[in-house]
Design a binder for this molecule. Structure first.
Ligand code: NAP
Length: 392
């Protein structure tokens, strides 16, 4: 019998094909085809560099196997295989000596970090319907500038899949394939954008999707998207993501924390909750440089407070100190503490990776103020599908 080993795998249902893990792996153990991103068991040395960079947690999957899944097998996965039964190690040695197989299985089950889960009442998402080899071709229905700041061009781009089925849920992402080839003559990899429209489209029944895109200096995909003209055709992969989803429960309360274009899924959540008549309410902490660079500033002002309580936080106002979302969370700690103490509350964090640390610190002190330990509370919320992070 071969000795069982731990194998690192990627969950194809949760992975959003951002390829960050592949770009991060220092030894080239991660690769992809048109369908999946996979880990080469002969190369992976469990250095864990890929774990913290994954925005979804799909990278944190482990199985104990007698024969590792080959790359070919992993490319065919639609979902991860269950952990197979592995025979316990033969008894022997001192009494009480740990069974190494049981230890491996326990370690594999736990994962390196917490596992993201969808809210219990979320709708079931469709994932990976359109791939690199078979993208959906969508028509540009509109491309509107959202920001007045001349140095901060953020666009609302509406794409129409036409007769193609392209079901998306709020919080899911799509890949955009920039046309042309890279320096090595290979097709460009898709760049990932969160969908900012609700499930049935910009207007109910239209089934189009919108994206929120900031023009980045020298950015291949962002400049391509921001310059798109109405009627042009775009190649789209996805939809991706099956955990950063909203609860369908109308009584759920949402605590939304975002920066800049990380507001994209929050817009989708807000529109869907408005359409569905949700009563649980939402509170949003939204950070931008100035009002002129905050996407959707105008439309946001029209949303009643009983649907969305808004804390718009600015870091570059000419006559005020720099303020970040985490600063405002602390100054509004009573409101946040009350929400943390309510098990109907779901937390969503989206935007700059840098804000995560600040938000963690803020939550730690607020949780303490209600006699709770934040990391323990966060882990419970994550297990219950009530804590979601997507930062880049
Ligand atoms: P940005 O305009 O550069 O920044 C937004 C705000 O965040 C600014 O006020 C900025 O302050 C502040 N900020 C900077 N560092 C921070 C920190 N450590 N903690 C808290 N706030 C901080 O944002 P952006 O260019 O729109 O970027 C948003 C990010 O969201 C990007 O990384 C993007 O990849 C990601 N994202 C986008 C989508 C999407 O679909 N579009 C989805 C998910 C995530 P300063 O004045 O200090 O710069």
């Amino acid at each position: 019998m071969t000795t069982p080993v731990k194998q690192h795998l990627i969950d194809p249902e949760i992975c959003i094909r951002c390829y960050t893990c592949e770009m991060t792996c220092p030894i080239g153990a991660i690769e992809h085809d048109d369908n999946n991103v996979v880990v080469n068991a002969d190369v992976c040395n469990f250095c864990m560099d890929c774990i913290p960079v994954c925005p979804t947690g799909s990278i944190d999957e482990w199985r104990v196997v007698e024969t590792p899944y080959t790359l070919e097998e992993q490319y065919e996965f639609d979902e991860l295989p269950e952990q197979a039964e592995i025979e316990a190690a033969p008894a022997g040695g001192d009494e009480g000596e740990a069974d190494p197989i049981a230890a491996l299985l326990a370690e594999a089950h736990k994962g390196a970090g917490g596992k993201a889960r969808a809210p219990l009442t979320a709708a079931k998402p469709a994932v990976n319907m359109y791939t690199l080899g078979k993208p959906a071709k969508m028509k540009v229905q509109g491309n509107y500038r959202l920001t007045d700041d001349p140095s901060h061009d953020v666009r609302h781009i509406i794409l129409d899949p036409g007769a193609l089925p392209f079901p998306v849920l709020e919080g899911q992402s799509v890949g955009i394939i920039p046309p042309g080839q890279d320096a090595e003559g290979k097709a460009h990899l898709p760049r990932l954008y969160s969908v900012s429209s609700p499930r049935d489209g910009e207007r109910p029944g239209y089934h189009n999707i919108s994206l929120t895109v900031k023009r980045e200096d020298g950015g291949l995909a962002s400049n391509y998207l921001c310059d798109l003209e109405q009627g042009s055709e775009v190649e789209v992969t996805g939809p991706f993501g099956s955990t950063f989803l909203m609860p369908n429960d109308p009584n759920a309360r949402l605590l939304l924390i975002c920066t800049g274009t990380g507001s994209a899924p929050m817009r989708a959540f807000t529109m869907q909750r408005q359409r569905g008549g949700a009563t649980g309410g939402m509170t949003m902490f939204f950070g931008a440089r100035t009002p002129e660079s905050l996407p959707y500033f105008g439309p946001l002002k029209k949303i009643p407070e009983k649907i969305l309580r808004q804390h718009l936080v600015f870091s570059r106002l000419p006559d005020a100190d720099k303020e970040y979302v985490q600063d405002r969370i602390v100054s509004e700690q009573d409101e946040v503490a009350e929400m943390l103490g309510d098990d109907r509350t779901h937390i969503y964090i989206c935007g700059l990776r840098g804000m995560e640390e600040g938000v963690e610190l803020a939550m730690t002190s607020i949780a303490e103020s209600i006699g709770q330990q934040w990391t323990a509370l966060r882990d419970v919320m994550r297990d219950e599908g009530r804590y979601h992070v997507e930062t880049y």
